[in-house]
Design a protein around this ligand. Sequence first.
Ligand SMILES: NC(=O)c1ccc[n+]([C@@H]2O[C@H](COP(=O)([O-])OP(=O)(O)OC[C@H]3O[C@@H](n4cnc5c(N)ncnc54)[C@H](OP(=O)(O)O)[C@@H]3O)[C@@H](O)[C@H]2O)c1
Length: 314
Amino acid sequence: MKQKEISRREILKVTGAAGAGLVLGVGPLVGRGSRQSPLIQRPIPSTGEKVPIVGIGTARRYSVGTSSEERAPLKEVLKNFADMGGKVVDTAPSYGTAEIVVGDLTTELKNREKLFLATKVRKDDLKSGKGELKASFKKLRTEKIDLIQVHNLVGLDLMLPVLLEMKKEGRIRYVGVSTSRNRQYPDFIKMMKKEDIDFIQVNYSLASRTSAETILPLARDRGMAVLVNVPFGRGRLFGRVGDRSLPDWASEADINSWGQFFLKYVLSHPAVTCVIPGTAKMSYLTDNMGAAQGKMPDRGMRQRMEKFFDDLPS
Ligand SMILES: NC(=O)c1ccc[n+]([C@@H]2O[C@H](COP(=O)([O-])OP(=O)(O)OC[C@H]3O[C@@H](n4cnc5c(N)ncnc54)[C@H](OP(=O)(O)O)[C@@H]3O)[C@@H](O)[C@H]2O)c1
């Protein structure tokens, strides 16, 4: 089935923003030798603080045990990510042992201060919600968490006031709400219109473009930063393209791999602040961080990307 086209209003916004260069700040260098180029950064609207536009998601693959064998590849990723200038690491209490693994490894690497740690709360009663929040500080081994998001709207009315209070007290820096389910969009939109939050987190990819019709423009209007989850459809987008070569025109936006093709599609939407692909291997890290550099697709290329993807056999 064909995906819905991005709305005309959004295309116009993208054209304007991409034409003007979408690049709102540049950070540390990544790459080797003459190919070094700066990581693109974008501001969090509520404060103006800039973050690099590619982060890391930790669902599933960071839920490992305590053996150094299991943890070594993740340690290498978290070390190199921070060394490259990467910041945003997204996790959650519901991702098995991921919070513990991130807390332990960043402590061993002594690089917690270089990172922007985002986690979530997913409880629909106050007592267990507060307990889960308390545990996140312990598991992440930090005094301050950069962002806590109400996970999938669970317990929103109870947990949002708690998070806002924690922000006032200085225990967390930003407050957000996440979803990755299209059926939650109507409630998510109601929440966005009503609540005064810093971040939303939402699913958006070439295979799932509905959030670009309503949620992403609303985030822009409301001055909310946007983290994009499942940009690879949990890896399924790679299966859709199979062993095809990239189209020649992809090089016009400095795209060198399918991973960068999928990420730069998401990142060339003007409402998007940062994308958080699940990244648990060094080869993925190097590839995905390449999407935080160089040119971004303009309106014409975004349309070509959509057509190319929609024409693939499903
Ligand atoms: N409601 C929510 O709040 C919510 C929901 C979902 C996700 N999230 C967050 O969003 C993050 C991203 O979502 P996701 O991890 O579920 O899915 P994803 O980012 O769409 O896909 C991740 C998978 O893609 C593959 N991959 C990653 N980089 C690659 C590359 N350069 N080349 C080839 N394959 C690559 C890996 O598959 P293999 O490991 O199989 O090789 C990886 O596990 C999560 O980790 C989580 O932090 C939040």
